[in-house]
Write a new protein. Structure first.
Ligand code: ARG
Length: 287
């Protein structure tokens, strides 16, 4: 995670951002701290990336890159305003690898050369890497991720998914991985929730085929950033305002953990956007 020390909405690169609307940085910091403490109470270890002055979107750590099987690839952003985040995340990955945080053979493989907004668009669900495109990460970015993170060798297939609604410009705003299917045993299928309308008809079909038991979110669930959630397979950390989706999750046996995060939603991101998952091991191996 990266604290919102230099957070602000000073440009608009997604429909949620309105530079005319004031932002309260202290409130953003307090909400971010609340999320961090909720993770720690849930037994998770949080590593913190130093924020960089002049990079107001750096708080959305999910976009910093992707780490699978200990290999870390730093992002390359579509918009110039975020370009300087890549070297900052890359330096953090390199230091983490040296410190052993990325596992025994962990390594930073550098920055992407194609547009690739990390876990904003790339979500691991069991042995599938669900890969969003349409607004940010490109198909060339997907190919680069597959090659540089050696997805084939790790037994992972990349599944491209086309996003069509500008409000849901990153995959993690339209789809949540609730159970990656590899958490406790690798026998059950991964469970996801998504907003069908955020996807092209062909991608909707792909999702229906891969995840026949998926939870279909409502437009209100998505608009409340309910899908921008982080799940450990039991606790689902999500925006406190997504009450209907929390109720749905409870009905499926999950324990929703509501997080006040509206100040950070002014930049177009919520819980998942503020969180990058480190995966020292390939899927199916102990984490
Ligand atoms: N303002 C940021 C942008 O438009 C928000 C990023 C949200 N991150 C996410 N993982 N969806 O790039």
């Amino acid at each position: 995670m990266c604290p919102p020390t230099y957070f602000g909405v000073v440009y608009a690169i997604n429909p949620w951002m309105d530079p005319g609307r004031p932002v309260d940085v202290d409130r953003a910091l307090a909400q971010w701290q609340g999320l961090r403490e909720a993770y720690e109470r849930g037994g998770h270890t949080v590593h913190v990336v130093d924020p960089v002055p002049g990079l107001p979107d750096m708080v959305y750590a999910a976009n910093g890159g992707l780490v699978i099987g200990g290999r870390a690839l730093a992002a390359r952003f579509r918009y110039e305003q975020r370009w300087a985040e890549s070297p900052a995340y890359e330096r953090w990955f390199a230091a983490a690898a040296r410190a052993g945080v990325l596992g025994p053979g962990g390594e930073s493989v550098g920055q992407a050369t194609e547009i690739d907004e990390g876990e904003g668009d790339l979500l691991l669900a069991g042995r599938y890497l669900l890969a969003g495109t349409g607004f940010r990460t490109t198909p060339a970015g997907h190919a680069e991720v597959a090659a540089r993170l050696r997805l084939d060798a790790q037994g992972i297939s990349l599944v491209p998914l086309e996003l069509v609604d500008p409000r849901y410009y990153h995959l993690d705003t339209a789809l949540a991985v609730l159970d990656d299917g590899a958490l406790e045993d690798s026998c059950h299928a991964p469970l996801v929730a998504y907003l069908p309308d955020a996807f092209s008809p062909a991608s909707r079909e792909t999702l229906r085929t891969l995840f026949p038991d998926a939870i279909l979110a409502t437009p209100d669930d998505a608009a409340a950033f309910g899908l921008n959630a982080v799940s450990d397979g039991r606790h689902v950390y999500l925006n406190a305002a997504a009450t209907a989706f929390a109720h749905t999750l409870r009905g499926h046996g999950f324990a929703p953990v509501p997080i006040e995060i509206d100040e950070l939603i002014k930049g177009g991101g919520a819980v998942k956007c503020c969180t990058l998952t480190l995966r020292p091991h390939a899927p199916g191996r102990p984490t």
